[in-house]
Design a protein around this ligand. Structure first.
Ligand code: SF4
Length: 356
């Protein structure tokens, strides 16, 4: 009878458990060194994980170091002015994330005595902390056996298991999290980090994973069946919106340009922008528009077209440069140094700054 039960347990064992040992061993030998890994403190992991969403690691390191130098702990983050916070976040995009960091820091100061909450259930109640980030902090820093499923993890898992479900659907993510949770080893943090690391350095997106050096090729369905180019399945269901804009680079004789503050709500809320309109203007129309702002200028110079992609919106921007005769009070007129030091200007507008 005992023999039968043992056989039954063997049969029920998820084959995915076979990846645990080789993956952990590989991670131990191959993990990259990052500033936030050196300390593995919850605050550091939190900030780095939020920065890493949608941004490449190389680009994050500099921002992370600057951020940590100025806001080294939860207390300083909870007290920072929004203006300064957005400046520190400049270039990372998704500015609502920075605002959520501050909101969450304030709650941690008030409700958790300034200490990062230790459980997934508590973490996920904080502003801007979703399932992935809660899982990452809880497992990396506090050893809780919860998964942290991001795009890298979904890709690795789809290839390992040969799963053809659309990884962009929430139910696919949910199923992946449930499966990982069911096999989660004691070293939950290292296990989660290891899958992500494998996805970032070996099991690369597109048809170019480095299967030859992968520690899991013996367990991988996509490798065995030559499916790496087909998996994971990604079918976008979201309809994107396109907005045509005209951007004005208004230059004064004393080498300043015009900027203005955006509204407090909506896309890029509270940041600064170059003067612009939500229409694509011809050179003549741009001249007229400028006069409507009460600005006299030499004939404008067309700077060409640029595209910037946000999550659901694409901006198609035409740029014009005008040498203006006199500054007016409608805009803030800044030097290069002032702009870099004190005003958060989103990346979308920066494409035209090289013509300043
Ligand atoms: S064998 Fe190739 S496809 Fe499979 S997990 Fe490794 S890198 Fe990815």
């Amino acid at each position: 009878m005992e023999q039968e039960n043992n056989n039954l347990n063997e049969e029920k064992k998820d084959p995915l458990v076979e990846i645990i040992d080789p993956l952990l061993e590989w991670f131990e030998q191959n993990k990259r060194s990052f500033p936030w890994r050196e300390v593995q403190q919850p605050y550091h992991v939190w900030i780095s994980e939020i920065m890493l969403q949608q941004t490449r690691i190389e680009a994050v390191i500099e921002h992370y170091n600057r951020f940590m130098q100025e806001l080294p702990d939860i207390g300083s983050l909870s007290r920072v002015s929004e203006e300064r916070l957005l400046k520190l976040w400049e270039g990372l995009g998704y500015y609502s994330r920075a605002k959520n960091l501050k909101k969450a820091a304030q709650v941690i100061m008030e409700q958790y005595d300034g200490q990062m909450p230790r459980t997934y259930e508590q973490l996920i109640t904080l502003a801007g902390i979703g399932e992935y980030t809660a899982g990452a902090i809880a497992s990396f820093c506090f050893g809780e056996k919860v998964p942290a499923v991001d795009g890298n993890v979904l890709r690795v898992l789809a290839r390992l298991t040969g799963d053809r479900e659309n990884v962009l659907l929430p139910q696919t993510k949910k199923a992946a999290a449930a499966r990982l949770r069911s096999i989660m080893p004691e070293q939950a943090g290292a296990f989660n980090e290891a899958i992500m690391e494998l996805g970032e350095t070996v099991c690369l997106p597109g048809g170019v994973p480095k299967c030859d050096i992968c520690p899991l090729k013996g367990q991988c369905t996509a490798y065995r069946e030559s499916l790496t180019a087909e998996l994971p399945v990604r079918i976008k269901v979201m309809k994107r919106k396109t907005v045509h804009k005209t951007i004005f680079l208004l230059c004064s004789e004393d080498n300043r340009i015009a900027i203005e503050k955006r509204q407090d709500k909506g896309l890029l809320a509270g940041m600064y922008q170059l003067p612009n309109t939500d229409r694509s203007l011809s050179p003549d129309q741009a001249d007229v528009h400028l006069r409507e702002w009460g600005i006299e200028a030499e004939k404008g110079e067309y700077l060409g077209e640029a595209k910037h992609m946000f999550t659901h919106i694409d901006w198609i921007m035409r740029g014009y440069r005008f040498c203006i005769r006199q500054k007016n009070d409608r805009f803030i007129w800044v030097t290069k140094d002032e702009l870099e030091r004190a005003y958060a200007l989103p990346t979308a507008f920066r494409v035209f700054l090289n013509r300043w």
